[in-house]
Design a binder for this molecule. Structure first.
Ligand SMILES: *Cc1c(COP(=O)(O)O)cnc(C)c1O
Length: 425
């Protein structure tokens, strides 16, 4: 028995399902998860000494590749000054200044410890600011595991076959209204049925938790207009898209400004960090300057800030980083499309910037219902084959493939070759 199998057996006796986050369990592909020992550049190495070309990148954070020396050095330097003080530090100010300078819609920002926390706090703030209670979310969009958002929440929930979560009281979700992604009429209908009651519309500007689903032209602009018309705030959940599609995220990439933005993943450089921010007038309502309470013992942690600052600074200061990354990813996905066409199987391929998904379905995928038409059995088989060839894709049909700056053209070609071989077998 391999070491990963061994570890999983041990893990299952003392950790629920053997993992600290469900998708890691490989449940939807019916395999034993690989226990990772270390990672460098484009590769992760498991406990059995296998090397995998990694396209998860910690689910997004590792946009520069694993163990980036600049980030590691910043962390090493920071830990010598102590791990946490629970007090204000200069790094937090530098971090906030940096984020505000990068993202025009963000004039003030509060650091938290995860994407979930960022969303939870942004929703509370939107409700506090508008004095309204209803939140509109989209079926298939994932916004972390806070109670109010565990309604039709995409990948992790979707593939576990749990429609929603047990343990969430009805009271916590009765103010959550669900609309259909890329369908403005569904949003308008909810707004009309709940006059002056909708505090915010929260959206993944590119859906990335039902597989990658691009916003149709005009969708994000339409949400902006509907929110303005109804006095609701527009929240972009940029936990995946932030600092990924462009330095200023999806809002820069698509040119639509939200009122509030949530960040996570890339913002921490691999450390547990989240943030939410927006206009000064709204953000000033957060305690201690305002009446919306939100706090965190480890928020703005000095080591986490050092990692995040180093990564964001590298992203900001490397010329052409985003155009190079997006061009490289676009070439790859275009070639992948040709490869799949040649294979003659039904598929839909969605991609924006450096994230993308292959869906094994003949139906174009533009929302949750169409993504659900995918043949997950085929994905399971495809995933197993790719993993056996040393290529580590997301262990779920409904997660994105993340291309990082460290992936070379040669490494991407390996994937294409592997996909061809899979379909020629
Ligand atoms: C990952 C994710 C979250 C949750 O972030 P965590 O750090 O896992 O709590 C929220 N929103 C989106 C869009 C995400 O992809």
């Amino acid at each position: 028995m391999g070491r990963s199998e061994d570890l999983f057996e041990r893990a299952r006796t003392c950790i629920p399902g053997g993992v600290n986050s469900p998708v890691r369990a490989f449940g939807s592909v019916g395999m034993t998860p690989r226990f990772i020992q270390r990672a460098e550049g484009s590769y992760v190495y498991d406990a059995d000494g296998n090397k995998y070309l990694d396209f998860i990148g910690s689910w997004g954070p590792m946009i520069l590749g694993h163990s980036n020396p600049v980030v590691l050095e910043a962390v090493e330097k920071a830990i010598r000054d102590g791990l946490s003080y629970g007090a204000a530090t200069e790094r937090e100010v530098t971090m906030a200044e940096l984020i505000c300078s990068i993202v025009p819609s963000v004039e003030m920002v509060r650091m938290v410890n995860s994407g979930t926390e960022a969303v939870m706090s942004a929703l509370r703030l939107a409700r506090g600011y508008t004095g309204r209670t209803k939140i509109i979310k989209f079926t298939g969009c994932y916004h972390g595991h806070c109670d109010a958002m565990l309604v039709k929440a995409g990948s992790g929930v979707m593939t576990q076959g749990i429609p929603d979560s047990a343990g969430v009281p009805k009271g916590c979700t009765e103010d959550t209204l669900t609309a259909v992604y890329n369908n403005l009429e569904s949003v308008e209908a909810l707004m009309d049925a709940n006059p002056r009651a909708v505090a915010a519309v929260i959206v993944e500007p590119v859906g990335a938790n039902m597989g990658v689903v691009n916003p149709a032209p005009g969708f994000l602009e339409g949400l902006r207009t509907l929110c303005d018309k109804n006095g609701a705030l527009l929240i972009f959940d940029e936990v995946i898209t932030g600092f990924r599609l462009a330095l200023d995220g999806a809002q820069g990439y698509f040119g639509v400004q939200p009122d509030l933005t949530t960040f996570g993943k890339i913002i921490g450089g691999g450390m547990p960090v989240g943030a939410y921010g927006g206009r000064k007038e709204i953000m000033s309502m957060v305690a201690p300057s305002g009446a919306v309470y939100q706090a965190g013992t480890l928020s703005g942690n000095p080591v986490a800030m050092a990692a995040g600052l180093a990564q964001l600074t590298a992203l900001k200061d490397t010329p052409n980083l985003y155009s190079d990354l997006n061009d490289k990813a676009n070439r790859f996905f275009t070639s992948l499309e040709i490869t799949l066409k040649n294979a003659g199987i039904p598929f839909a391929l969605n991609h924006t910037g450096s994230i993308g998904s292959v869906f094994f379905t003949g139906t174009p995928v533009g929302d949750y219902a169409s993504s659900k038409t995918s043949d997950t059995e085929r994905y399971r088989d495809y995933f197993a084959y790719m993993l056996s060839q040393g290529i580590y894709l997301a262990p779920s049909q409904f997660e994105a493939m993340f291309i990082s700056c460290s992936h070379t053209e040669e490494e991407l070609q390996l994937v294409l070759d592997c996909v061809s071989r899979y379909f020629q077998r």
